[in-house]
Design a binder for this molecule. Structure first.
Ligand SMILES: Nc1ncnc2c1ncn2[C@@H]1O[C@H](COP(=O)(O)OP(=O)(O)OC[C@H]2O[C@@H]([n+]3cccc(C(=O)O)c3)[C@H](O)[C@@H]2O)[C@@H](O)[C@H]1O
Ligand SMILES: Nc1ncnc2c1ncn2[C@@H]1O[C@H](COP(=O)(O)OP(=O)(O)OP(=O)(O)O)[C@@H](O)[C@H]1O
Ligand SMILES: NC(=O)CC[C@H](N)C(=O)O
Length: 615
């Protein structure tokens, strides 16, 4: 029985970077050839990038992708390559995989099921292909089959389930591939990263291999392709229910190629061990996403208003980790070249030096800031090597306040003007930190987390200022635990004082002892309500009935929390519409442009909350 060396490639693409996308594919093919690979599968929509959005709807974009495919054919000598691209036929666009062999296009497979849940909106761009249909397609002066096509190489037959195809239970194309007795099924994917997702995929791939009686290969795109979604570049293979191939996820490399020698029979199965840890997944995904965002936006670094509290401190650590992981995997010079930083580290600690070049932090004290947050910010910033500034915003706050008092002809007081007096502090920090971002040509980081976003606990154009919002997809409860984990497991001893603080906005006079949780409710409760109300789309009454069983909170208090959440949620949709782009990191998020849409103006659940009150 002949053997066939099969591999998958993952690749970090960018919409509209035609040359870069093409070259990375060609480089991966070259590496595969050097490894003796005979059949190589790339992820979904490799030639264009998955996140091309409404470019897919145009005529010229799929046409140009087809020209890229024509060009690629010449690079596929002595190898079979499957690569993803959009194909337009008259007024419909299909999400396809093209199979090229020895300088010839053999055929094109079209996706049958559209991904439409959570962050996916494929029906906007693509039409599902009808099972069993195959049509002739004109290509380079000839005709090739397009549709529900299968292929064969050296006696090994193979077919495709394109990403979502595999997630559709009994309807999945894999069952018909099984009827057609294929030996190998490839799943080229563009599957968004979410903590815990890799384990779900492993189970899908293992189950598919037994269910469909085939060796099942899976390959995902890599990196922060186009802003919000992160791809983890996962490559997997399973046979007879055992995982036999898995790569290192969330790589900083342009591409990875991984595979093995396939035999129909006599195949020795060596299961690969796997390890899943959300804390680790979070830091890997976010640091890679920051790296890609930095280089793809051609920015020169990051600016962070660092309060010493949990949110801003977690971002400082994520940027330090971006440098640590990046130089560990790419090496110092390659890392610096990729981000376009003309800089030569002079010491034996390049990581700290590079953090100093890339990250500028500033503590901006108001009259209500405490010495402990200042110490915490300074210690952390210095410990990672970031630039640290420290100034007061009291003059600006005083100047604005006096101007409005003169205009109104009255004094502002904490009794009558609480929110105004809080917000002016947060807003006075914004213009000056934006100046640093402009001077450095750097990205200003917004520090919002999902819990704050859910209840709008943030000042618009104050602490919402920023160009990216890296942690807006995770809840505060998770972040606080993650920071403790990072102090212990990643060696960030500078987090000791951060982890000792109670979350507070420090916007009211000190004698008020303001804390986030007294202003709102315990963060652990926000998480529970948010999961049910947003992730599971439950009504206020359902949220109450479920939490009443699970949380052990006094009835009246629980109702108060739930009412507060739904009221604040509704009132603050407009704020979520205005947050800087954020990364999708968890099983759900509250970003109106990706996971959760909600009316900006609404009745705010008043009827439902009254029913809850009267229950
Ligand atoms: N539907 C709608 N569409 C568009 N705009 C709408 C709107 N409803 C209200 N607005 C506008 O919203 C404004 C109110 O929003 P905004 O000015 O942001 O202020 P607001 O949401 O009223 O207050 C900010 C809250 O965030 C807390 N905070 C601020 C800063 C930092 C932190 C921290 O944790 O460190 C916490 C602060 O304690 C306070 O509870 C109104 O003046 C109005 O202009
Ligand atoms: N004294 C300060 N100096 C610099 N930036 C500040 C200061 N106070 C607040 N900020 C900015 O406003 C943001 C919002 O504050 P918030 O309290 O929500 O977050 P945090 O202080 O980082 O964390 P925590 O809520 O745990 O205290 C901060 O992340 C920071 O960017
Ligand atoms: N691109 C897709 O088809 C995504 C499908 C699937 N829901 C996933 O997240 O993996």
């Amino acid at each position: 029985m002949s053997k066939l060396k099969i591999a998958c490639a993952t690749v970090n693409q960018t919409p509209l970077d035609w040359t870069g996308n093409f070259n990375r594919i060609v480089d991966a093919i070259q590496e595969a050839r050097e490894l003796g690979v005979e059949l190589l599968c790339f992820p979904e929509l490799t030639l264009t990038g998955y996140g091309s959005e409404d470019l897919f709807l145009s005529h010229w974009y799929p046409q140009k992708a087809l020209l890229q495919l024509e060009k690629l054919v010449a690079h596929c000598d002595q190898i079979t390559v499957a690569v993803g691209l959009p194909i337009r036929i008259a007024e419909t666009v299909y999400n396809c995989m093209a199979v090229i062999e020895n300088g010839q296009l053999l055929g094109i497979v079209a996706k049958q099921f559209m991904a439409i849940d959570g962050v996916h909106y494929e029906f906007r761009w693509f039409t599902p292909w009808v099972a069993r249909e195959i049509i002739p397609f004109e290509f380079s002066g000839g005709q090739i089959p397009l549709g529900d096509v299968i292929f064969e190489k050296k006696g090994v037959s193979y077919g495709f389930e394109i990403c979502e195809d595999a997630w559709r239970g009994d309807a999945r194309p894999g069952y018909r591939l099984q009827d057609r007795k294929v030996d190998v099924i490839f799943n080229p994917s563009a599957s968004h990263f979410a903590m815990g997702k890799s384990e779900i995929r492993e189970n899908l791939v293992k189950k598919s291999s037994t269910l469909l009686n085939a060796t099942y290969f899976y390959t995902n795109l890599l990196g922060n392709e186009s802003g919000r979604m992160i791809f983890d570049g996962e490559i997997l293979a399973a046979r007879a229910g055992e995982l036999i191939l898995k790569n290192e996820l969330l790589s900083f490399l342009d591409y990875q190629v991984m595979g093995f020698e396939f035999e129909k029979e006599n195949f020795e199965i060596t299961p690969v061990p796997t390890l899943h840890d959300k804390n680790n997944e979070f830091v890997k995904a976010t640091s890679l996403a920051l790296f890609d965002y930095l280089r793809k936006s051609k920015s020169k670094g990051f600016v962070l208003s660092l309060s010493g509290g949990a949110d801003s401190s977690s971002i400082a650590v994520l940027i330090a980790e971006m440098v640590r992981r990046g130089i560990e995997e790419l090496g110092v010079s390659s890392f610096l070249k990729k981000i376009g930083l003309p800089f030569n580290p002079q010491t034996s600690d390049p990581k700290t030096e590079i953090v100093g070049e890339l990250l500028t932090t500033a503590y901006q004290a108001s009259e209500n800031s405490s010495y402990s947050t200042f110490q915490s910010a300074k210690t952390l910033s210095k410990s990672i090597g970031a630039k640290f500034y420290n100034w007061e915003i009291s003059d600006e706050v005083k100047s604005y306040t006096e101007k409005i008092e003169t205009a109104l002809g009255r004094k502002l007081t904490w009794k009558d003007d609480d929110i105004t007096l809080q917000n002016i502090q947060a807003r006075s920090r914004s213009p000056i930190i934006w100046m640093l971002a402009n001077i450095n040509n750097a990205l200003l980081i917004n520090t919002s987390n999902r819990s704050e976003g859910g209840v709008g606990y943030t000042t618009m154009d104050g602490d919402t200022s920023g160009s990216i919002s890296p942690i807006a997809g995770v809840d505060k409860f998770f972040l606080m635990n993650w920071l403790k984990w990072a102090e212990e497991n990643l060696g960030y001893h500078g987090l000791k004082s951060v982890n000792a603080l109670t979350p507070t906005a420090e916007l009211r006079p000190n004698e008020n002892h303001q804390t986030d949780e007294t202003d709102l409710m315990p963060y652990a409760v926000i998480v529970e309500i948010e999961r049910l109300a947003i992730r599971d789309r439950k009504s206020p009454m359902d949220v109450y009935l479920i939490l009443k069983e699970n949380l052990g909170i006094e009835d009246g208090l629980l109702k108060t929390y739930i009412k507060k959440f739904f009221r604040l949620w509704s009132r603050n949709q407009w704020k979520r519409e205005r947050l800087a782009p954020s990364f999708h990191l968890d099983e759900f998020n509250i970003d109106p442009k990706t996971w959760y849409r909600f009316p900006i103006l609404s009745g705010g659940f008043e009827e439902e909350l009254k029913e809850l009150d009267n229950f």
